[in-house]
Design a protein around this ligand. Structure first.
Ligand SMILES: [Zn+2]
Length: 500
């Protein structure tokens, strides 16, 4: 009886959500046999003197297994990041039940895996609970996804992979994939976040979801249907806002003394973000959130989070300083392609989720294909302008990695590696990881589109996006869908070339 009530309610919620989430149904499911976070409430404090982040995370969850739930696993990723970097520590000081009683917990050999014993508070099937995790972590001075970068008095805090998260229990086990530095390994389902974030008054804060400064130094963040949280804070950042395909794009850039090229550089960032959002919306389906934050950062690559992307400075020598380094006019085309790549992850990672450790190709091959095979080959105005600027500055012709369809075809691998392997297969050779998962994965999608033809390929991609938007897909789901649209021998040959 409870079940049918749930179904009726779900139908009503889905009907409403279809309007609210740009075509994607609410992703929060009632998956039997699993345990995962239903929502988070966090109260966080950034101490820029001590370079620490501290606070509490209230984690709401439900026992969806058919047995008693006696323990849960919380991931404390900064503990393993700092251990690897040998820079400080990330300590959980307490875990308490809803009634305030303390729960015992212990970290494993991988310090990011923390097992919490529910003791007398164990949960019967379908029961829900809240645990409060109190923690504090040092923030390392590194140009990386979790860290602080300083230049003079200017500070840029990238606070990602640094909040306590409930792991996912599925197929009889808790996910314990290790944190990796040269790729992504987190796996989570979408949920809602409510965060109170305290930072010095002169800091500008950007985050996944919608951020509003409510009082001096305090930012309230509300994020719905997101599989992770990211917070960026800096005393030298400004923001420009525009719209594309009905969503708000906030371009956060370093505040600078007005060099000509930096203005152009920032324009190229915004323009390529708008072009990417428009292209991917048209080809795959609507972006599921209200806004996308595009954040300039001192890291040397890009990175994706739900509703937020980090755009490192391509070709900038950090020894020259950020502003001076950005005067290099050769970085425009790389910048536009990087923005396209990270924006594409909003479709393939943020919206359609996957186990990034077990099946990294499901987000990286797709993002790389969108970057080079869709955005790059279309030569939209921002990319063209960036190429013209670079050619004028260098006096040399600019050649993109994927210059034309003919060039891509010429360099297709004779005997490709199998792209659908776990990160485990590459951990001793990360060059292979980049070459196989990114490049050959994108070549697979290029060949697949050629074999299926544009109509069938994009109809299939739209169904894939719609079916798994705000949910998670496995490689098998994607291959099944290809077969549904095209079971010809020609397409099967392409699948057999790349997929084990
Ligand atoms: Zn990527």
């Amino acid at each position: 009886m409870k079940k049918s009530g749930y179904i009726i309610w779900t139908a009503a919620v889905i009907a409403l959500s279809l309007i609210l989430l740009g075509g994607c149904a609410d992703g929060k499911e009632n998956l039997s046999g699993a345990v995962y976070a239903d929502s988070y409430e966090m109260d966080l404090h950034l101490d820029t003197e001590q370079k620490t982040l501290s606070g509490t995370a209230d984690i709401h969850f439900t026992n969806r297994t058919d047995g008693e739930l006696e323990r849960v696993v919380v991931r404390n990723y900064p503990a393993s990041i700092l251990k690897e970097l040998k820079k400080g520590s990330a300590e959980i000081s307490a875990v308490t039940a809803e009634d305030g009683s303390p729960l015992s917990f212990s970290a494993g050999k991988d310090p990011s895996v923390v097992t919490v014993e529910l003791g007398g508070q164990s949960l019967a099937p379908e029961e829900s609970a809240v645990i409060k995790v109190t923690y504090k972590t040092d923030i390392p001075e590194v140009r990386d996804r979790f860290g602080v970068y300083r230049e003079g008095k200017d500070e840029y805090y990238l606070l990602t992979f640094c909040f306590p998260m409930l792991s996912v229990f599925e197929d009889g086990k808790w996910n314990d994939s290790p944190y990796i530095f040269d790729g992504e390994s987190t796996y989570s389902k979408v949920c809602d976040y409510k965060v109170r974030f305290e930072a010095p008054e002169d800091f500008l804060v950007a985050a996944s979801g919608n951020e509003t400064t409510t009082e001096a130094g305090v930012t309230e963040i509300k994020a719905e249907n997101m599989r992770d949280m990211s917070i960026i804070a800096s005393n030298n950042m400004e923001v420009q806002t525009d719209t594309a395909a009905g969503i708000r794009i906030n371009n956060y850039t370093f505040r600078h003394p007005g060099y000509d090229w930096i203005d152009t550089y920032n324009e190229l960032t915004m323009e390529s973000a708008k072009e990417s959002v428009e292209m991917f919306t048209e080809l795959f389906g609507a972006y599921p959130y209200e806004e996308l934050d595009v954040i300039q950062c001192a890291d040397d690559g890009g990175m994706e989070y739900p509703g937020l992307i980090l755009i490192g400075l391509p070709d900038v020598d950090p020894r020259e300083g950020l502003m001076k380094g950005m005067e290099n006019q050769g970085s425009g085309p790389t910048l536009c392609l990087l923005v396209a790549h990270e924006t594409a992850h909003q479709w393939f990672y943020a919206a359609v989720g996957n186990d990034q450790y077990q099946e990294p190709w499901l987000d990286e091959s797709f993002a790389n294909y969108c970057e080079n095979g869709i955005y790059g080959l279309a030569y939209p105005p921002a990319l063209k302008r960036a190429i013209e600027i670079q050619e004028a500055a260098s006096g040399q012709e600019v050649c993109l990695g994927w210059g034309s369809e003919e060039e891509v075809e010429e360099f297709l691998p004779k005997e490709p590696d199998k792209i659908n392997q776990s990160y485990e297969a590459y951990k001793n050779n990360t060059d292979d990881y980049g070459w196989i998962v990114y490049e050959q994965g994108a070549q697979f999608l290029f060949e697949l589109r050629k074999a299926m033809g544009d109509d069938r390929f994009f109809s299939m991609m739209r169904e894939y996006y719609k079916t798994y938007c705000l949910k998670e897909a496995a490689g098998k789901d994607f291959v099944d869908l290809i077969h549904k649209y095209d079971d010809s021998k020609k397409v099967q040959r392409v699948i057999d070339r790349y997929i084990a």
